[in-house]
Design a protein around this ligand. Structure first.
Ligand code: ADP
Ligand code: NI
Length: 508
């Protein structure tokens, strides 16, 4: 009987020579990864490490793609195990594992032994995450399938034959197999590892879908993420509100969340389609945002501009629920959206912060994005349909804001008020005094900004406050140490002889 290490060494050489040239997703490096993972899982789950590693190394040798039939493959494997001097019980165990683990359409029983379940987990983990994504696209290319075809919906259920030979796409494969794997893990450690890889695949699909969406008028029919009927669209202003809502509406098929970004509390506004509106807005931010955040800010604005341009037309004929709480950004977004939607659109409104304040007096939320999904979900039933006159009032208020030509708006007593750009400066100076950032004591800019935001009546973006801090430095009200390229790189202190704010504090 050969030693374990000698058998493993022979197995590596054998498998390497057999699979080296495979480009269907079963190449040698797949085997290496599965063997390593199987070994790790075996240690965690206190299984037979040798059996797991050996079975993992050999698990694709009998694959029907590489052999005349599965039986022929298993026969070949048995002969090799005998030749390598593997004892009878182990030989039988390895053969059982290899014949039990391939996915082939789902629905099969888990392998009978812990070692078999471990090798299956390791093999399935390698079909997930970043590596799994790469393998799916490589496989699709090898098969002659497309990356994605909006006209080809994913198959719900398939037989083994359909799984192997039907026409699919790389993206459909996520829905047909990869996203199901998380729920099929046999061992606890694999389940945990799979969770992370699953999230990454979901993120990948969302990004894929976003890029497919850009400027695409037929997006709702072509989306790689939403399949089938969309019965209602939820509008969230900003990524955190969108994220919370998406979480809240998980498991409600047909409810789609659309995020309309761009914090409309700040910057010049213009009528939809007005010439130069977008470039003026981008230029306004570009001048104000710190150097290190500039590209990110511009990218965000461009994506947002596309979304605002395309969504009103895409929403035609679909009921819309707008989520707008008590923040200037959301309230301005609501007005802009109602000015852009067709008059006969079916729109209802949820002000989640307001509804929750009525219920739990002590919690004051400003924006929808601050509210956890568990609290948002029950509010859906309270969406209030907007009457034609209410809608017209919102649209008219949008036109008022545009006409006022301001660059900063606050939400006060249920109204949007255009205020001068230095509106927050006094609060910034007050916060600096409170933090004793004076007399040569420097406080991190990020800390000062946090203090301002934490105590503000307004839900206000930190990038804007940071801009005002730099402005106050430029005006001699603060001195600083470090570099002004982003808020984490410098600290500030009130200037020794603070110029009288009231005199010097006109609009800039
Ligand atoms: P195994 O037999 O190792 O369980 P498969 O032979 O089913 O796996 O698949 C090998 C790799 O190719 C895996 O990463 C799998 O996700 C991928 N794959 C299988 N079928 C498709 C398909 N129709 N489209 C894209 N990728 C696929
Ligand atoms: Ni495999």
């Amino acid at each position: 009987m050969a030693s374990h290490e000698a058998v493993l060494e022979q197995a590596r050489a054998y498998v390497k020579s057999e699979l080296e040239r495979d480009s269907s997703g079963h190449d040698w490096w797949h085997i290496v990864r599965v063997a390593r993972t199987a070994k790790l899982l075996a240690e965690m789950e206190q299984a037979d490490v040798f059996v797991c590693e050996l079975a993992a190394l050999l698990h694709d040798i009998a694959d029907e793609k590489l052999n005349a039939s599965k039986e022929a493959g298993l026969g070949k494997l048995e002969a090799w195990l005998r030749e390598a001097g593997v004892e009878h019980v182990v030989r039988k165990h390895i053969l059982d594992i290899v014949s039990a683990i391939s996915f082939a359409g789902g629905n099969e029983e888990p392998p009978a032994t812990l070692e078999g379940r471990i090798v299956q987990d390791a093999d399935r983990l390698d079909a997930m995450g970043a590596v799994g994504i790469a393998r799916a696209f490589a496989y699709a290319g090898w098969k002659g399938h497309l990356i994605y075809d909006p006209k080809l919906p994913p198959r719900e259920r398939m037989t083994k034959g359909q799984y192997r030979s039907g026409i699919s796409t790389a993206v459909n494969h996520f829905y047909e197999k990869l996203l199901k794997l998380k729920g099929l893990m046999n061992t606890e450690s694999a389940r945990v590892l799979a969770g992370k890889r699953h999230q990454f695949m979901e993120l990948y699909l969302r990004e894929f879908d976003k890029e497919w969406e850009l400027g695409n008028e037929a997006y709702l029919e072509e989306s790689a993420v939403f399949h089938g009927e969309i019965s209602r669209v939820h509008i969230a202003f900003g990524d955190s509100a969108g994220g919370s809502l998406r979480q809240a509406l998980r498991g409600f098929p047909g409810e789609m969340v659309v995020t309309l970004n761009d914090d409309l509390m700040f910057g010049p506004l213009s009528e939809a389609g007005a010439a130069g509106g977008l470039s003026r807005r981008v230029a306004w931010w570009r001048e104000r945002v710190s150097e290190l955040d500039r590209d990110e800010a511009v990218e965000y604005l461009l994506q947002a501009a596309f979304a605002w341009r395309d969504w009103p037309a895409r929403l035609r004929g679909l009921p819309v629920v707008v989520w707008a709480s008590d923040s200037a950004a959301e309230q301005t977004g609501l007005r802009r959206l109602l000015a852009a939607l067709p008059e006969d659109a079916d729109v209802s409104l949820v002000n989640a912060a307001d509804l929750l304040r009525r219920r739990v007096k002590e919690i004051v939320y400003q924006s929808t994005g601050e509210i956890v999904s568990e609290k948002l979900a029950p509010l859906l039933s309270e969406a209030k349909p907007l009457l034609p006159e209410e809608r017209e009032a919102y649209a008219a208020d949008w036109r008022r804001l545009v006409a006022e030509g301001g660059v900063l708006r606050v939400w006060e007593g249920g109204k949007l008020r255009t205020v001068p750009e230095d509106y927050f400066d006094e609060a910034i100076l007050k916060a600096a005094r409170k933090l004793a950032a004076a007399n040569g004591t420097y406080v991190k800019a990020a800390r000062l900004i946090g203090e301002v935001i934490g105590h503000s009546e307004q839900k206000v973006d930190d990038g804007f406050i940071e801009y005002r801090v730099r402005k106050l430095i430029a005006r001699g009200l603060f001195t600083y140490t470090g570099e002004l390229k982003a808020m984490r790189y410098y600290s500030v202190s009130l200037a020794e002889d603070e110029p009288d704010f009231a005199e010097d504090g006109q609009n800039i």
